[in-house]
Design a protein around this ligand. Structure first.
Ligand code: UDP
Length: 514
């Protein structure tokens, strides 16, 4: 029997996932694809050749597992839009001033994607797109199916962002560095304008793209969020109330990785032998190791990297330190320092250095890890929560300062390293040393040492880790939400004349039939 929108009731629903081409967005979307498929959906993921090659093993494992996840490879026209050849991922972008070009190239994916999907069976029943790609609305509407957005943010950051768009509180302060209270949160959380996500920054002139993205947020049929209800219940509720949209909390997505290889390899190939990494971790006492990493796209200046290394060393705790540099010159400078000043030699037993891509999930899941120095990217933050370890927060840019508020001030599982000013993505080297070695050492020591406060923080972190794991098993909130999302899409109605989807939902005004 044919359903509205071309879906056959007896056929599984077909989710089309369109991730932003950046590790922090592709990794959770690929996890989401496998999760939806494991719950009985058919899933297509839009991808480009360079990115497909990068996660080739992940794609192969997906195929071998028999899960109905299909990767649709689409050409990405770099040269035509003035991008360096092969620049298909934001972590390859030489300068953020090229973001509009990247955006233009991504926009061209629409037509070939739609053509491929026209031939696919079952027909698409829902598009879940990164919010950075508002053009996917056309795709969803052309198939008459719901259009859901995935931001890669937590509900707290999404709510702060929504409230600021509505109340414009950030425009009533005199300067970027004046603190103000975030509106309508029910608690006093202060930030500065400079600490807000890119949507509120005036330094990059992409107003038209921002308007398209905001317009997309206002017209989407709902949000899919990588979080879990028990982590931030008030913010999940308030986000639904404030936006009038259904919010599907389906995370932590990283917990869908159960097999050793899936845990060890997400997003890219690790630049360290996994067995060596595990052997080193096995040789350490439980809870004694600090894992320090700044995510996938930040590249700190060599001078700042040296301070981090010296701070980790001075903390007296064993550490795993992930080092990423922007270019050859920076890499040579760091290598020279590591060797000539004897840093690596001195820390041969106590420190494990990973140059490039780290098997982050594998490391964080090991019982030897007792603390995480993180840049507060949402995936890393949530992976830290899942590991049940307390964190040192060192936000850099994006919505990371808001994530810091959530894990520090609100959830009480993090200690701030003491950074108040963001740095500019792709221009990190221009920043002076923001945090000195003694501040790194002090923050790590206060996280890892005994004392009542640290013990209480560890207890809270452990408790959140347990809640996270409960959320994704049968009967848990996220597990249930994935099933409900699939069910709602299977019975959704066609788009009506004004371009939205009429909705019935439990207490939430929304535009999607549930
Ligand atoms: N990641 C990893 N190895 C690395 C760097 C990052 O596996 O060396 C993964 C990490 O586990 C997380 C994602 O890449 O899933 C980074 O996303 P996040 O939101 O934390 O930060 P971003 O990279 O977007 O700044």
């Amino acid at each position: 029997m044919a359903c509205p929108g071309g879906v056959h009731r007896e056929e599984p629903p077909h989710f089309v996932l369109v991730p932003l081409l950046a590790p922090g967005h592709m990794i959770p979307m690929v996890d989401m694809a496998r999760l939806l498929a494991a719950h009985g959906a058919v899933v297509s993921v839009a991808i480009t050749p360079v990115n497909a090659a990068r996660i080739g093993d992940v794609i192969r494992r997906c195929a071998d597992s028999g899960l109905p996840v299909h990767f649709i490879e689409l050409p990405f026209p770099c040269r035509e839009v003035g991008l360096p050849e092969g620049c298909e991922n934001l972590d390859l972008l030489p300068s953020r001033s090229l973001f509009p070009n990247f955006h233009r190239a991504a926009r061209t994916l629409l037509e070939p994607l739609e053509q491929q999907l026209r031939r696919s069976r079952p027909a698409p029943s829902c598009v879940v797109s990164d919010s950075a790609f508002p053009w996917t609305r056309e795709l969803a509407r052309s198939f008459g199916v719901p259009w859901l957005l995935f931001h890669g943010f937590c509900c707290f950051a999404l709510l702060c962002q929504h409230n600021l768009h509505e109340h414009k509180t950030h425009l009533h302060v005199a300067s970027d560095s004046d603190p103000f209270v975030l509106p309508c949160l029910g608690q006093r959380i202060e930030v500065t304008r400079a600490q807000l996500p890119g949507a509120f920054s005036s330094t990059l002139k992409i107003q038209d793209i921002r308007e398209q993205i905001r317009n997309g947020e206002l017209t989407a049929d709902g949000f899919v969020v990588n979080t879990f209800a028990e982590l931030e219940p008030a913010f999940v509720h308030d986000l639904q109330e404030a936006t009038g949209k259904k919010v599907w909390t389906v995370g932590p997505l990283s917990l869908c990785n159960k097999k050793a290889l899936d845990v060890a390899e997400r997003g890219d190939k690790a630049s360290i032998d996994n067995a060596r990494c595990l052997k080193w971790l096995d040789s350490m006492d439980p809870g004694s190791v600090v894992y320090a990493s700044f995510g996938s796209i930040a590249r700190l200046a060599p001078s700042q990297l040296k301070e981090i290394g010296l701070g980790l060393e001075a903390s007296g705790h064993p550490f795993i330190w992930v080092i990423k540099t922007r270019d050859e010159k920076a890499s040579r400078e760091v290598e020279r320092w590591l060797e000539e000043e004897g840093f690596e030699e001195r820390n041969r037993t106590k420190g494990l250095l990973i140059r490039g891509w780290a098997p982050q999930l594998l490391i964080l899941s090991h019982p030897a890890v007792g603390g995480f120095l993180t840049h507060c990217g949402w995936n890393s933050t949530l992976e830290g929560v899942c590991a049940g370890v307390p964190m040192v927060s060192w936000p850099l840019f994006g919505e990371q300062f808001l994530n810091e508020k959530l894990i520090g001030q609100i959830l009480g599982v993090a200690v701030g390293v003491g950074v108040y000013t963001p740095i500019v993505w792709t221009e990190e080297e221009k920043a002076e040393v923001l945090v000195r070695r003694d501040e790194v050492a002090r923050a790590v020591a206060s996280l890892m040492h005994g004392g009542e406060e640290a013990a209480e923080r560890r207890r809270r972190a452990r408790e959140l880790g347990e809640k996270a794991r409960r959320a994704v098993v049968e009967g848990g909130s996220s597990h249930t939400n994935v099933a409900l999302l699939i069910r709602s899409v299977s019975v959704s109605s066609p788009v009506v004349a004004d371009g939205t989807l009429p909705l019935r939902s439990s207490g939430v005004r929304s535009t999607l039939t549930l």
